[in-house]
Design a binder for this molecule. Structure first.
Ligand SMILES: NC(=O)c1ccc[n+]([C@@H]2O[C@H](COP(=O)([O-])OP(=O)(O)OC[C@H]3O[C@@H](n4cnc5c(N)ncnc54)[C@H](O)[C@@H]3O)[C@@H](O)[C@H]2O)c1
Ligand SMILES: O=C(O)[C@H]1O[C@H](OP(=O)(O)OP(=O)(O)OC[C@H]2O[C@@H](n3ccc(=O)[nH]c3=O)[C@H](O)[C@@H]2O)[C@H](O)[C@@H](O)[C@@H]1O
Length: 345
């Protein structure tokens, strides 16, 4: 600090900064790690942001076009000095400086990704290309949230990462599952060709607070129907299976993958497997024992079985899920506010 002394000369006095340094709240503050989360206003992305923001050394930038996400999911961080929210569509280039990129931007619920399939493909292909271009320019590590849908309607059960899948390339789900397969290809080509540090997570069905109550995915559908006293719509045959991972476990797995040494792809999911009839019976028992279960027509190419082999996640990341299906709110104890409305009478 420079002061003007009585004899007119400048003297330098040093004073230790208070803790925490006021610089942390100033525009001159530089965090240790600048992290971009694309799709950070969505369901998984906003929980990931919450976790990343817990670390004072992280500065988090979210880029989202709000197609299926919402500012509301991030409201507690808006205005925070280590947080920035950008309305941005990843199909357009993004020029910023970051150290890590969690690339989640993509509609995930089948009703939304089928709504504008060409846009879904653009998001997966051009969007991933743009984020890889950004990673290349600034030397950032990039993690892609791929999906168990890359296994299609799997003929191997449970699915290990070495399984190449059984995917219809021209079906109504192809914009999403083939889009994610191309995104994975792009990740590995940038890795091999340009030395980009990549991480690929193959996420299996995930549930928890902030799922959009009307987004059509089975857990939110059944819970919303049970709360509204409407029949639970089990799509035929009802014997198809899924394995449901609670969102806090998912976020933990994604961060471990980003921070670890393995490129992946690595399955992140809960191996507990349920038929859709079993899921409906669980929701009925836990939320509304009087509700009816109704069989309805299914949509094309619905995978008949899905369960992750998580051997790699256990061995390479030291990760396995902690929350069982019946224990993870909104499903078991304590429905979160986001799915509580409308109230059951
Ligand atoms: N939730 C699951 O069960 C699941 C399973 C497998 C894979 N994933 C993957 O995880 C990621 C997040 O899924 P989610 O469940 O949180 O879905 P979500 O729909 O809640 O979140 C996706 C976010 O991406 C944003 N987005 C979509 N298109 C965009 C674009 N072109 N530019 C910028 N932002 C865009 C949306 O507005 C939203 O905020 C997705 O990549 C999805 O494919 C999710
Ligand atoms: O985990 C994954 O990799 C993928 O899982 C889901 O896709 P899906 O499993 O088809 O998700 P849902 O729409 O929740 O359907 C699950 C099952 O429930 C059934 N279902 C759905 C809705 C409903 O009301 N009733 C019902 O029985 C469907 O037929 C399907 O068999 C996600 O939404 C994708 O984003 C994700 O990539």
């Amino acid at each position: 600090m420079a002061t003007n002394s009585s004899n007119g000369e400048y003297q330098t006095t040093t004073k230790p900064p208070p803790t925490p340094s006021p610089l942390r709240n100033s525009k001159f503050f530089q965090s240790n790690m600048r992290i971009l989360v694309t799709g950070g206003a969505g369901f998984i992305g906003s929980h990931l942001v919450d976790k990343l923001m817990e670390n004072e050394k992280n500065e988090v930038i979210v880029a989202d076009n709000y197609f299926t996400g919402s500012k509301d999911n991030l409201k507690k961080w808006i205005g925070h000095p280590r947080f920035e929210l950008i309305r941005h569509d990843v199909t357009e280039p993004l020029l910023i400086e970051v150290d890590q990129i969690y690339h989640l931007a993509c509609p995930a619920s089948p009703i939304f990704y089928k709504y504008n399939p060409v846009k879904t493909i653009k998001t997966n292909v051009i969007g991933t290309l743009n984020m890889l271009g950004l990673a290349k320019r600034v030397g950032a590590r990039i993690l892609l949230t791929s999906t168990s849908e890359v296994y299609g309607d799997p003929l191997v059960h449970p699915q290990p990462e070495s399984y190449w899948g059984n995917v219809n390339p021209i079906g109504v789900r192809s914009c999403y599952d083939e889009g994610k397969r191309v995104a994975e290809t792009l990740m590995f080509d940038y890795h091999r060709q340009h030395g980009i540090e990549i991480r690929i997570a193959r996420i299996f069905n995930t549930y928890g607070p902030r799922m959009n109550i009307d987004d059509g995915r089975v857990v939110s559908n059944f819970i919303a129907q049970a709360l509204r006293d409407e029949p639970l719509t089990v799509q035929k045959p009802g014997t198809q299976t899924r394995s449901f991972c609670y969102v806090s476990d998912m976020v933990d797995g994604l961060i471990r993958l980003m921070e670890g040494e393995n490129t992946g792809p690595i399955n992140i999911g809960n191996p507990g497997e349920f038929t859709m009839i079993e899921l409906a019976e669980n929701v009925k028992e836990l939320i509304n024992p009087d509700v009816e279960i109704k069989m309805v027509e299914n949509t094309p190419d619905d995978p008949r079985q899905r369960k992750p082999d998580i051997t790699k996640a256990k061995e390479l990341l030291g990760w396995e899920p902690k929350v069982k299906l019946r224990d993870g709110p909104p499903y078991g104890r304590g429905l979160p506010l986001e799915t509580r409305s409308p109230q059951k009478k």
